[in-house]
Structures are given as C-alpha cells and as structure tokens.
Design a protein around this ligand. Structure first.
Ligand code: SF4
Length: 330
C-alpha cells in the first residue's frame, strides 16, 4: 500500500474507533503495571472473562511492589479460574525482577522488557505502545487477521518467514505519534468487524483498502492443532471434616487437586465425571470415592473442608469438589 493510502487507511480506522471502539478498563490507564496485567490475562482468554479478574487483581496487587511481596499461593489463588497458570507465575516473577533489577519501575525499552519472565515480542510491543505510546507494531490474533486480509497476505503466519513478513507489514502501518490508539483500533476492528468466520465486510470502515479475495480463508496457517483426548482419574477421600488433596507438580504446579490415581479402581464407577478443555486437549476428569488413598507425605495433605476457599484449586477440580461436597448429595 502506498504511504498516502496507509495514511488514509489509518484515518478511516481511527474515525471508526472513536465512534465504535470498546471502552475497556485497561484502555483508560497509562500505568505500565496495569497494562501488563491486562496483557497477561488476555493471552488465550476472552475480554469478558478477564474483566472481573482484572479489577480484583488490581485491588489486591495495585503495583509491582505489592505483587513482588505476595506469596505464590496468594498469587495462584487470585488467578484461580483464569487458567494457564504459567501466566500468573511469570507475572509474579516479572514483578520481582522489576523491583530487583529496575527499582520498581517498568523499563521503557522493548529489549529490556523482553528480558523479563514471560514477556515476548508481542507483550513488549503492546506495553510499549499502550503505556508509552511508542510506535511499536503489534501482531496478535486480531491484528494478524485484519492485516492478512487487508493485504491479501497468503503466507502461513505460523511459519517463521510468514510471521516475520507480517511483523514488517505491521511496522509499515503503525503511526509515529498515535500508536496507542491505532493499535487499539486495529484490535477492535478484528474483534468486532473482521471476524474469523464471518467478516462483516459490508460494515467495515476500511473496506475500500482491503485486497482480500476470500477473507474467510485468511490468515493462512500451515498447521491446525489436533485436539487430543485424555482421561484423568482422581480420588475423593474425606475423613473427619478433612479432605485429602495433592499439590500438583505438573499442569497446575503449586495448586491443589484431588489425588491422582494411576489406574481406574476395579469394579467401580466414578462418582463424578466432567470434561474440560486445556490447550489442545479434551480432558475427561473421572473421580472415584476412595476409603484410604496411599498417603504421599511429600505432595499430599489432609485439608480442612472449611478452609478450601482459601487455597488455590484449578476450576475443574473446584467444580468437582463443589459437586461432591454438596450437603444434600446422595
Ligand atoms: S473488508 Fe472484510 S475482510 Fe477486509 S478488513 Fe474489512 S471486514 Fe476484514
């Protein structure tokens, strides 16, 4: 696209954004900490899910210093229900690194940001533009889709060469002075108009610039992750007002789950079954009533039933506990 058309594209996009853009809580702040929190929470998670967590998180941990001082247990508990807990651990580690290495102030340089735990190219560019208004391009799901379509970009975006080329195109579009608003507008266009399966081209403010021939086929990806099915078996052991739980060392590291069983108990039906999604897995959770599960002093603990609310438990296991501990359950 010529520089003149790029400028006209931005004008149309920004005009639309001023009338139709979303009013999101993290858009009203320039605080790098609050913006970083929103960026971590929004990875793989929808805006509507993030909203209540974002406000509550800032109430509990208003800045890097307060988060750096918190225990991991406390941090995981606050993140409970959002999933992908590595994000919480990375955010926690980043807060500690900002306090230790940068005196509590988030660095302004994109290179320095990328030295912090869990901060990759996209997150660093997002904070640079949203907090510091630096002319940094961003390529995430929404902007990748919009740019691929506008440019009829047909190289696979999950391959290094395609990704690199798309970042270069994104850099050609980003304005020098108002990257903050421009990047927000591009994200909103992808979220509200240029939708994955049903792009609303008739209502699109930048339609006249769009070269997409068949937008639904864009962006191109070489690999589509296949969904894998797993079955996980766990024990439900309650005794004298306490329940046996195990501290996960794997997927939910540091959080408390029902004790794992290697095999399904013979001649026994599960007392609780559910299915949950985790990355590209569909996991069937089967829980079996057990009288005495092997006690592993390293990872398992008897926990009082009235203190379950205070400990971090991942959502699929918390739902199982809520169901199994209902007083009127037969
Ligand atoms: S015209 Fe359609 S495909 Fe092109 S940017 Fe707009 S919504 Fe997306």
């Amino acid at each position: 696209m010529s520089p003149k058309n790029v400028r006209a594209f931005r004008r149309s996009l920004l005009h639309w954004y001023r009338c139709r853009g979303r009013d999101l809580p993290w858009r009203g702040t320039r605080d790098a900490y609050a913006i970083l929190v929103s960026e971590f929470m929004l990875q793989q998670t929808q805006v509507a899910t993030v909203m209540p967590y974002y406000n509550e998180w800032l109430r509990r941990f208003p800045d890097f210093a307060s988060l750096a001082c918190a225990s991991e247990n406390h941090v995981l508990h606050a993140w409970q229900g959002l999933g992908y807990y590595a994000r919480a651990r990375n955010l926690h580690a980043t807060a500690r690194a900002v306090v230790d290495r940068h005196g509590g102030r988030f660095p302004r340089s994109i290179e320095a940001m990328q030295q912090l735990p869990g901060i990759g190219k996209y997150t660093a560019h997002a904070v640079a533009s949203f907090a510091f208004n630096q002319p940094a391009p961003i390529v995430e799901a929404n902007t990748a889709r919009v740019l691929s379509r506008i440019l009829n970009f047909r190289r696979p975006i999950d391959q290094t060469a395609g990704q690199k080329a798309l970042w270069q195109h994104a850099a050609e579009f980003v304005p020098k002075r108002s990257a903050r608003i421009y990047n927000s507008a591009l994200i909103d266009l992808g979220a509200l108009v240029c939708l994955p399966r049903r792009p609303r081209c008739g209502a699109c403010p930048v339609k006249r610039f769009c070269r997409a021939i068949n937008p639904k086929t864009l962006p191109v990806r070489k690999f589509r992750p296949r969904t894998k099915r797993l079955t996980e078996k766990h024990a439900f052991v309650v005794r004298q007002g306490k329940i046996l739980l195990e501290q996960s060392a794997a997927r939910w590291r540091g959080m408390w789950i029902l004790p794992s069983l290697r095999t399904s108990p013979a001649n026994q039906q599960p007392i609780y079954k559910s299915i949950f999604a985790f990355t590209n897995h569909h996991v069937a959770l089967n829980v079996y009533a057990q009288r005495q599960h092997k006690f592993n002093t390293y990872s398992q603990l008897w926990i009082r039933l009235d203190s379950l609310e205070a400990i971090p438990i991942p959502s699929p296991h918390r739902r199982a506990l809520q169901h199994l501990l209902q007083p009127d359950r037969h």
